[in-house]
Design a binder for this molecule. Structure first.
Ligand SMILES: Cc1ncc(COP(=O)(O)O)c(C=O)c1O
Length: 344
């Protein structure tokens, strides 16, 4: 069985999306009051949407099945055919969403290099904004991400980036799939990290532990457009209160505890460094390790699931406890000492 890590079962460090709903969350889902959300009749969805809008400082929120769809609906709400959005090379909305903006929205991405801290250089950003000229796509939107690669970006950078966007007449979208990780890490209310963005997308199904669901937040006018985009994209669900109940439970029970995931990532990074590995981070709930050949196989043989690659990302979450981290470290140390013996 995957999960209940630290009790001898598999330890799954592939992503914080692998969590399964806890008993309490399942109970909340079972007991949810339901209606047809396409008619706006689902009381649990409505409660989640209004609670989230209030929590994060927006007029409205809209529940989507996934973060990918919420981000795409945001792009489609800000941009039309032949428009362009500025986005980081490493951003999920550019790199990991199958080019949805271009494929389904006829929106051109203008990717820019992310700096080591995950931000975009503002001079480069400004230089990439196209003049109003029929040769060019119309630059309409700046899309940022927090956390990005686990790195939490603070208010000061957003103030500068958003003031540039305003000066240039651009709208601003934040992919806040892990917004609450950033807020907990920086010790600020999540609302503080949303201020100034026209839309923010927040996933319930990553560190917050819900099985599905992402909220898009924005003004009444933008959410009206996003609702149409959601319909086009096939994301309007019927008795979606089952999903919303998990989201409400997650917002109530699983935000403050993200600090434990960050502490476990710290424990993992310190332990791996101690065992001689080349480690980057921790960045909130993520640790990056340069993986020697054979390391991923060794972990898998020890019932530790990872995504293999030369720069391995290890992610902590609510199904990984400190004992599970210690199992990973024991496996890493046994790999390192076997490698040292082979060399010696
Ligand atoms: C930063 C970020 N944004 C968006 C998404 C997309 O979320 P989903 O998998 O729900 O489509 C992910 C998924 O991992 C993500 O990491």
């Amino acid at each position: 069985m995957i999960g209940d890590s630290g009790k001898g079962a598999l330890v799954d460090l592939r992503s914080d999306t692998v969590t399964r709903p806890s008993a309490g969350m399942r109970r909340a889902m079972m007991e949810a009051e339901l209606g047809d959300d396409v008619f706006g009749d689902d009381p649990t969805v409505n409660r989640l949407q209004s609670q989230a809008a209030q929590l994060l400082g927006f007029e409205h929120a809209l529940l989507f099945p996934s973060g990918t769809q919420s981000n795409l609906a945001a792009l489609m709400s800000h941009c039309g055919r032949g428009d362009e959005y500025l986005v980081g090379q490493e951003a999920h909305t550019y790199r990991y969403e199958a080019g949805g903006g271009a494929v389904l929205g006829s929106i051109q991405p203008q990717p820019l290099a992310n700096r080591a801290d995950g931000t975009l250089d503002l001079a480069e950003l400004e230089a990439a904004i196209k003049p109003d000229d029929p040769h060019f796509a119309r630059t309409r939107l700046l899309a940022l991400e927090n956390t990005i690669g686990g790195k939490a970006i603070g208010r000061r950078y957003f103030d500068e980036a958003l003031s540039l966007a305003r000066r240039k007449g651009l709208a601003a979208h934040l992919d806040g799939a892990r917004l609450f990780n950033a807020a907990v890490k920086l010790g600020v209310p999540a609302k503080e990290l949303c201020r100034g963005f026209d839309t923010v997308s927040v996933c319930l199904s990553k560190g917050l532990g819900a099985p599905a669901g992402t909220l898009l937040l924005g003004s009444e006018a933008l959410i009206h457009k996003a609702r149409r985009a959601r319909k086009i994209l096939g994301g309007a669900m019927r008795q979606a209160g089952i999903v919303a109940a998990a989201g409400l439970y997650a917002l109530e029970h699983n935000v403050a505890r993200l600090a434990q995931d960050h502490a476990n990532a710290e424990r993992l990074a310190v332990g791996l460094r101690g065992a001689g590995f080349d480690v980057e981070g921790p960045h909130t709930n993520m640790v990056f390790v340069t993986a020697p050949p054979g390391f991923a196989d060794h972990l898998v043989n020890n019932e530790i699931l990872v995504l293999a690659g030369p720069r391995m990302r290890l992610v902590t979450h609510l199904d990984v406890n400190a004992a599970a981290i210690d199992r990973v470290l024991a496996a890493a140390r046994s790999f390192a000492s076997a490698a040292a013996q082979t060399r010696g």
